[in-house]
Design a protein around this ligand. Structure first.
Ligand SMILES: [Zn+2]
Length: 922
């Protein structure tokens, strides 16, 4: 029916040949970009959602008369391309299959063991197979990546600026580290890792229990409970390591030993000892000096912290139940007084009916519940020495600090959940003693950024409310790493590379420059700090006319109007995008807008992944559905601010919708008639949809706009045809506007129909329609008719009569008079029963109608609730539509005025009111 592929190819060729996408400078401007994708492999249909939004908005703005700059680039920094290349190099079957399935030619695969080739290849794929394939008006003259020499100069300049402003600092850092790849970033954007982006770093206090000259290091998140320790837990089935830590000898799980060796200097494994050997012996609780037994517990997990656990049975449900399980003769030591409890863990376990260690879920519940109560209401008791009387909520780090100061404890860091590097290795935490940070904690910078956010256009509104909190929370960020990374060398420490989040903050500014680099006018050698100072900050002098030209470009295009990105950027990229602009750029160049889009997920609510559907290569999906179908699907299936499940069936529905619209347009163009009454309605209701669409588009409510364009307008034209509309010139006029409205969403089909209709040039270059004055009466009259038809259908449905005659009574004149007067009085604020009756009785004619008081009373109530003034000639309109109604129901139709001396078999006439005809069917 519609040959999507042919139409797409045809129009893309024409657009790109005419360079419609190229941003031109004159008049008002609009700068939109999406967060550039990391080069991590092929993208999937989910990624196209945000890209499609950007293009729809960019095309809309063009059609509103803006000069739109819509550039794009590739975030090549960091680990992804390197790890892909490594996998190719070691001929990893998984990666080779993946490349082949996505259509990567064999000769290219061979080259992909070089990360630079990976970047080159995928940049081409993104442009040709995704962006151009979807008809995006990205300004392809500005493409750039983050590892080009010019971009690197640009990043170095930024770090000079940050240093000048005192926003760089050095301090020890416990950083996520992959044993294969080196340091990695753990954040929700999951640039470096494949699992665990939302893991937090937990700080365990490792308390050193003396054990016969050795240390038993028990890790805890609640060091204040040390006063209640009655015993230690070790796992009898675990072979523990004996480790030299400074001049101490620790007994710790092997996994724990590996972890602390990355966090504490001078750790060395010297021997091992089985958990069994420890059981039954005794150790000494520091601070308290109490001797306690070492007991066996299978829940002492060697993978969690040190694998040695201290037991506080009065307050830890696990400990209490474990002691009961082994029938140990140990009395809990209560150290926290909480209202309603004597021995809290014992009582909560009994209350919840927990019988054994195996009821892990219930135990976890009990632990959480008790912790909450103790935290909010608990006070340390006399067993806690100098801490007696302190509230748990106020104790904070006091006990921990005391333990550390006395040499009885140290800190160990661990992820709250498993984190896996892109290479497949588990990520650990490792100390970097002199790490460089960007000081995002800077108070002035944070305050200024928060203030600026208030003036920004941020979609959705909830994110605008959230952002100040995110900015407050956003701490110093470790900004460099040592390793084989793609990226820019840090200017203040040799061989260290700036990490990917820190090299992607100000980058939209580089799109101004990339054009000149791509066209060969500007060389990276020329881009020194002086150049960037001049171009971006207006400092110093232009060395040549090109510098001036670029400066002017920058002044014209900047600031960014919309930066669009997925929700994974909410706590990662967007905050640094704002803060770095605020830190470095002049006030007038700070960003104006952010648009966050949610994800396309699998049925399970996860991100789309290779293993489950919806992950077919994008070009295949484009072929299967047509790109206009997919663009419409993205725009209309849901609000941008909600995750959606990819659903082939739903996409098919949009394809059908486009077919239907295409057919309807062909049908409409066949009409060659003249004017009819229904024309006024079509014009008015069409213009109402134009108004709604524009209103929605101004707020980037793409779903609402698409609903008007692809559903409501469609229905209106259908109704128009049904009502016998055939006005060729009106149809042509409105069709053209309709096609213009479709152009941002489904541009290929829009161009195709536009051409068929003999439209001027490209519809992509046309202006977006403006609404004309809307004839409200025309809308109201047709609405009345539609309602009447609905009412008749309803009656038929309820009475199950197959009608041969339909009687329609419109309101009698006296009711109109009452209504008219009531509304007049209401307007003057004088509407009440006695005033209204007095007014009505002035008219002799009215005195004949004894029902006026009853009707007036009802009407007054309705008007006070907001009832509207009836104002159209309903009888005439419905009477004119008699034939239409007759055809609809295949019955004879009689239309009477309520005043008429008319047959009234069902005694319905009485019920007729203005705009509410009474109906009888027989
Ligand atoms: Zn790794």
């Amino acid at each position: 029916m519609i040959d999507f592929a042919t139409i797409e190819k045809k129009w893309q060729e024409r657009w790109y040949k005419a360079k419609l996408y190229e941003a031109k400078k004159n008049g008002k401007k609009f700068f939109i970009h999406f967060a550039y994708p990391g080069i991590s492999g092929y993208l999937h249909v989910g990624h196209m959602r945000g890209f499609a939004y950007s293009d729809i908005i960019a095309r809309y703005k063009r059609m509103k008369g803006y000069n739109v700059c819509f550039p794009a680039g590739f975030h090549a920094s960091g680990l992804p391309a390197v790890s892909l290349a490594k996998k190719v190099e070691r001929k990893d079957e998984g990666i080779l299959n993946y490349l082949r399935q996505n259509g990567c030619p064999e000769d290219v695969i061979k080259k992909l063991s070089d990360p630079l080739e990976v970047v080159k290849y995928f940049s081409r794929v993104y442009v040709n197979e995704y962006w151009k394939r979807f008809g995006f008006f990205i300004d392809y003259t500005r493409l750039m990546d983050t590892i080009s020499p010019g971009y690197k100069k640009f990043i170095q300049w930024q770090f000079y600026k940050l240093k000048e402003k005192g926003l760089l600092t050095q301090k020890p850092h416990y950083a996520p580290f992959c044993p294969n790849c080196g340091p990695v970033a753990v954040d929700k954007s999951e640039t470096d890792i494949s699992e665990g982006g939302d893991a937090e770093i937990l700080e365990f206090t490792v308390i050193k229990f003396d054990f016969d000259g050795y240390i038993l290091p028990a890790a805890t998140l609640r060091p204040e409970t040390i006063f209640g320790v009655t015993n230690m837990w070790v796992n009898p089935d675990v072979e523990y390591a004996i480790v030299k830590v400074g001049n101490e000898k620790w007994i710790i799980s092997k996994e724990g030993a590996k972890k602390i060796s990355n966090q504490i200097e001078g750790v060395e494994i010297i021997d091992s000892i089985s958990g069994k050997e420890l059981v039954g012996k005794k150790c000494v609780v520091p601070l308290v000096g109490r001797e306690v037994p070492i007991l066996p517990a299978s829940f002492a997990d060697p993978n969690v912290a040190t694998g040695i656990v201290m037991s506080v049975p009065a307050h830890a449900p696990y400990d209490y139940i474990a002691l009961k399980d082994i029938k140990a003769d140990i009395e809990p030591i209560v150290i926290i007084e909480v209202e309603g409890y004597k021995i809290p863990a014992k009582e909560i376990v009994e209350k919840m009916g927990i019988k054994s260690q195996k009821e892990e879920e219930a135990l976890e519940d009990a632990t959480q519940k008790l912790y909450k109560e103790e935290f909010h209401k608990g006070i340390l008791n006399e067993n806690c020495m100098e801490y007696a009387g302190i509230k748990i909520s106020e104790i904070k780090d006091a006990v921990k600090d005391d333990l550390i100061a006395k040499g009885n404890a140290t800190i160990m860091r661990e992820f709250s959940k498993k984190v896996v590097c892109r290479c497949g290795e588990s990520v650990i935490i490792k100390i970097v003693p002199d790490q460089w940070f960007i000081r995002y904690s800077d108070e002035e910078l944070t305050e200024m950024s928060k203030e600026h956010v208030e003036s920004m256009n941020i979609f959705p509104a909830e994110y605008k409310e959230e952002l100040p909190k995110v900015l407050d929370w956003f701490g110093d960020r470790a900004c460099i790493r040592k390793g084989k990374w793609l990226g820019t060398e840090f200017p203040f420490k040799k061989n260290w590379i700036i990490e990917p989040i820190s090299d992607s903050t100000l980058y939209p500014a580089y799109y101004i420059i990339s054009k000149y680099v791509n066209e060969g006018e500007l060389d990276a050698k020329e881009m020194d700090n002086e150049f960037f100072d001049y171009v971006f900050l207006g400092k110093g002098k232009a060395k040549n006319s090109l510098w001036e030209k670029i400066r002017n470009d920058f002044l014209y295009w900047y600031p960014v109007d919309v930066n669009l990105g997925g929700k994974e950027h909410k706590t990662v990229h967007f905050p640094v995008f704002i803060m770095n602009h605020v830190a470095i750029m002049e006030w007038k160049h700070w960003p104006k807008g952010i648009f966050v889009n949610w994800w396309i997920t699998q049925k399970s609510g996860e991100k789309i992944s290779k293993s489950k559907g919806g992950a077919e290569p994008i070009p295949n999906a484009a072929m299967k559905y047509g790109v206009d179908t997919m663009r419409l699907y993205y725009a209309h299936i849901a609000s941008p601010f909600a995750d959606i499940e990819w659903d082939d069936e739903a996409v098919e529905q949009y394809k059908k919708r486009l077919y239907k619209i295409y057919e309807l347009q062909e049908e409409l163009l066949k009409r060659k008639g003249g004017k009819k009454d229904i024309d006024a309605w079509l014009k008015a209701s069409f213009n109402e949809e134009v108004r709604k669409t524009r209103e929605a588009m101004e707020k980037y409510e793409l779903r609402r706009a698409a609903n008007s364009i692809y559903f409501d307008i469609y229905n209106k034209f259908q109704w128009y045809i049904k009502r016998g509309g055939e006005n060729a010139s009106l149809i042509k006029n409105l069709l053209k506007k309709w096609i213009c409205m479709m152009a941002p969403f489904t541009p290929h089909i829009a161009e195709e129909i536009w051409e068929k209709m003999g439209g001027d040039g490209f519809v992509s270059n046309a202006l977006f329609p403006e609404e004309e004055e809307i004839d409200k009466d025309a809308l109201d009259k047709e609405a009345l008719l539609m309602k009447t038809i609905d009412d008749i259908s309803e009656i038929i449905k309820v009475t199950k009569i197959k009608p041969s005659r339909i009687y329609i009574y419109t309101s009698p004149r006296w009711k109109w008079e009452v209504a008219k007067k009531s509304h007049e009085l209401h307007k003057e604020g004088k509407l009440d029963m006695s005033t209204l009756m007095k007014e009505m009785m002035k008219d002799e004619e009215m005195k004949k109608h004894s029902n006026i008081p009853k009707y007036a009373q009802k009407l007054i109530k309705e008007i006070k609730k907001g009832g509207k003034h009836p104002h159209i000639d309903e009888f005439e309109y419905i009477d004119n539509a008699k034939d239409f109604i007759s055809q609809e129901f295949n019955a004879q139709v009689f239309v009477y005025k309520g005043d008429d001396d008319a047959p009234d078999p069902g005694k319905r006439k009485e019920l007729a009111e203005p705009l509410r005809p009474a109906i009888y069917v027989e």
